[in-house]
Design a protein around this ligand. Sequence first.
Ligand code: ZN
Ligand code: ZN
Length: 428
Amino acid sequence: MSYIMADVYLKALGAAREVGRSAILLGVEGKLILLDYGVSIEGEEPQFPLPVPPKGIHAVAISHAHLDHSGAAPLLYVSGQPPLISTPLTATLSDLLIKDFMKLSKYYIPYEAPEVEKMLESLVPLGYGESYDIGSVTIRVLDAGHIPGSAMIQIETPSLNVLYTGDYSLHDTCLLRGAGISEFSKADVVIMESTYAEYDHPPREEVEREFVKTVLEVVEDGGIAFIPAFAVGRAQEILCVLAKYDLQVPIYVDGMARTANDLIAEDSHLLREPSLFKKAVEMSTKVKDWDHRKKILSKPGVIISPAGMLQGGPSEYYMEKIMENEKNAVIFVSYVIPETPARQVIETGIYASPTKRGPVKARIEWFDFSAHCGHSELVKTLDSAKKGSKVVLVHGEEEAAVKLAELSVKAGHETFVPRLGEELNLKV
Ligand SMILES: [Zn+2]
Ligand SMILES: [Zn+2]
């Protein structure tokens, strides 16, 4: 096989000049390691990465639970059983998100529950800093600071070092500590995300203060602050912000965020401040059932519920109700994906779902609580990487990734922005 000839063989099976369906096949010392195997759920129909024969793979490493990194992994267990390397929390959260994806998808998904089970049975659970050896190849997981359990994957042999960032953040959030920068200086090859290659996030503290001020204004004026949020990561971050500022208002959590909270609480040692998360959970109330859901709409308070883009989950129900009263607010707290109801609300003030369409009378707000590196953090990463090392940019829109590549070259790295299916044979 061609990869035996090069020091590092790499094939982009997904996330190539796009955000979503992360999947990179890596060959070192005759061993093939799959880095993430995700599904893109941004469009109408889920997009899977390019296929790979599971029998040839020595291990699969999943960086974190988001479906664009984990959602296609069960496919590898239809006809094979490679070891699954991830943190234990990534495994449990992936299980939660994948099963929800299977339940909600209107399209055919080419795997079923037994494959998900087989995948979880194959787990090699690693804590941060721990490693797993395949012959002379060591695979280590390092804290990525993106969502609870998220990891960067380091692949080491006696002669080379490859670092795959997955999604990562160098900045601290209320929930997590930012990723460390020191390992980048050791890597011969850095495979990094480039989601926000052209954009810097505003200072975190400012965002938090403005957000809390808005929430208080709405609730003190007798309204409901409705926060559609992704179940894993963002919902917990928002809870922690509310706890940090000690907001004495009713706070409700609904949908899959409830289970995600329970799973994350079991592994709270991974968080920046476990006691803050504990306080945040104690300050909030889980919505129990439909009666409860209806009841909490009758008085002022905060409701946090998936889905973040107002597609699925109890968020559709809440949105239909709260949009009718100008005292209420719908507060978005993440990047709003094009062609989703959330994006439409922000751009046009109109909410449209299968069951309702109309102008949103409630206040509409958006805050940038990103858990990805912004432009400056990506540049800092490139500056910290070893001179002469190779950089492979993935998980970014084409234009943004290509622009970042120019900066990477200036920082002294041979840089690649692979196209879908492209193979690289790197000499280090
Ligand atoms: Zn992610
Ligand atoms: Zn991602």
